[in-house]
Design a protein around this ligand. Structure first.
Ligand code: MSP
Length: 504
């Protein structure tokens, strides 16, 4: 089966922060898991380079938009190997191939009769690149997200007949209750639709940094149309050998809640207008919030200046720790607070102690008491019960993008293995020759249980999982092999350096 997953494309008006890494790691966990299942995966991310947010930031810095985009796109690209993201392609919307494809699709929308010229008048946030509807305006005509004054704008624009899609969108939501998840976001999007849709501005004539409207070259497309289409255009040119559209389209989108309206309302309407198949699912995650000195929580963002630098975090604790923490601490799909304090706590108790010590102890005991070889015998059926159905459980949760719940199920087994060590105390068994047989079964069971949880943890903590599986002499990460007892044993075990050492 083909599996196509996307992240939002990131504005290049500033450098990447943890909020961006969060979306990308989430999509990466899904992509890695699906590859483990043998699916053919395409994982896309990239940068959103046009429009006012970028043009204005460039002006502030005294460079051209293209210079700013080139510089910051590199920073977003550089983040990917650092967070161990396995994206198959990186799209930049300033790519001429993307621009041509946008023009083709939009020309079709035009020719299908879904656009008209009109006068736009209203309140606009240049940071969101969004025209605000009445109930989206904050106190004193400010942007509720960026807390900056909204601008009164009046200009001649091309409009997209969004209002004409109201019924079809309502039908879509009725027929596909999982089109948008989690449920609260589905309800929010549906309420926006049933509340009545206004036509939306499709072009701007005051700025030039964008994709030219092919039927009226004095205009560029409103950045959101150009941006949303990246998910579709990328498949056309990501592989120089072949067009991947038929193979991978439609996509599953992972996005943050701030861009719900664009993805859950505008995007399906635009695709309907262009006669393109709709996405399979849109999963909306919440915000990572930072606590300020007074205990209040805020969205991390460049404009509020309260960002946690993911590079700094990874330098101290490693990439896996960041990946693990973000999806363990905050349920994917909800908002949640992150802080260096809870980060440190989880690192020590869960990664270093619960997993790291289990891994260190198990490999050491195998080396010491079993000649560095996993005993070739049946593992303890007592543990088999606790691992029964785990692969199916985790797969089913990840099919629904329930990344935190899946991690929780795996972690319950990490804890189960620690209890197993305490219950059986292999170092005591080793002192009693009459218990030699029991000791070998205990070691075999620990090795097998640890192998299974590690295969399942691979999408979350790929680097550490790889080291651990190598030490266990069982590097295969295929999900079929993640069943307790499916490995025959007999493999050589090697010494493992601490997976999660005390940070400097
Ligand atoms: N360029 C648009 C998206 C276009 S997609 C066709 C955009 N870019 S962004 O760089 O501002 O944000 C990209 C994503 O990062 C959004 O989904 C946003 O929710 C996410 N995050 C930014 N800050 C965040 C947090 N503090 N926490 C979690 N995610 C947040 O919007």
């Amino acid at each position: 089966m083909a599996y196509y997953v996307t992240t939002p494309i990131f504005y290049v008006n500033a450098a990447p922060h943890l909020g961006h890494a969060y979306t990308t790691i989430g999509a990466d966990i899904l992509a890695r898991h699906m590859r483990q299942r043998g699916e053919e995966v395409f994982f896309l991310t990239g940068t959103d380079e046009h429009g006012e947010p970028v043009a204005q930031a460039a002006e502030r810095e005294g460079v051209t938009p293209k210079e700013l985009a080139d510089r910051n796109a590199e920073r977003f690209k550089a983040l990917l190997p650092r967070i161990n993201a396995t994206n198959d392609f990186f799209i930049r919307t300033s790519d001429p191939r993307h621009k041509r494809a946008v023009q083709d699709v939009m020309q079709r929308v035009h020719d299908n009769g879904h656009v008209y010229k009109g006068m736009y008048e209203g309140l606009y946030c240049p940071r969101c690149a969004d025209f605000k509807t009445e109930n989206e305006v904050g106190p004193d005509e400010t942007c509720p997200i960026h807390k900056i004054p909204l601008e009164h704008q009046r200009e001649e624009n091309w409009f997209f007949r969004l209002s004409a899609f109201q019924e079809r969108l309502e039908k879509l939501y009725a027929e596909q209750p999982e089109f948008v998840r989690p449920k609260a976001r589905y309800n929010e999007a549906l309420a926006f639709i049933t509340g009545g849709l206004n036509d939306i501005s499709l072009s701007r004539s005051k700025i030039t940094w964008g994709v030219e409207v092919p039927w009226d070259t004095g205009h560029v497309f409103y950045v959101w149309f150009d941006a949303l289409l990246n998910y579709y255009t990328a498949l056309g040119f990501a592989d120089p050998e072949q067009d991947l559209t038929n193979k991978f389209w439609p996509a599953r989108h992972i996005i943050g809640k701030d861009i719900l309206k664009f993805h859950a309302v505008f995007w399906p309407a635009l695709l309907m207008a262009a006669e393109i198949e709709l996405p399979k699912e849109i999963f909306i995650h919440g915000f990572l919030l930072m606590r300020d000195a007074s205990g209040q929580e805020h969205k991390m963002s460049k404009s509020l200046g309260n960002v946690l630098d993911p590079f700094e975090v990874m330098d101290r604790f490693g990439t896996d720790a960041l990946r693990y923490y973000c999806f363990r601490e905050v349920q994917f799909g909800q908002d949640g607070g992150v802080s260096t304090i809870t980060f440190g706590e989880r690192y020590e108790t869960e990664l270093a102690n619960e997993l790291g010590n289990l891994a260190g102890r198990t490999t050491n005991m195998l080396i010491r008491y079993a000649d560095a070889t996993v005993p070739q015998r049946d593992p303890d059926p007592e543990l088999a019960q606790d691992f029964d159905g785990l692969v199916e459980e985790v797969s089913a949760l990840l099919d629904r993008t329930e990344i935190t719940q899946a991690l929780d199920r795996i972690w319950q087994r990490v804890r189960r293995l620690n209890r197993y060590v305490e219950e059986h105390q292999p170092w005591q068994l080793a002192k009693d020759e009459t218990k030699a047989d029991e000791l070998q079964t205990v070691l075999r069971s620990l090795a097998e249980g640890l192998r299974v949880v590690t295969v399942l943890l691979t999408p979350y903590i790929p680097e550490s999982a790889g080291k651990l599986l190598d030490a266990l002499g069982a590097p295969d990460i295929g999900l079929e092999g993640a069943r307790y007892g499916s490995h025959p044993g007999g493999q050589t075990v090697t010494k493992l350096a601490p997976l999660f050492p005390k940070p400097e």
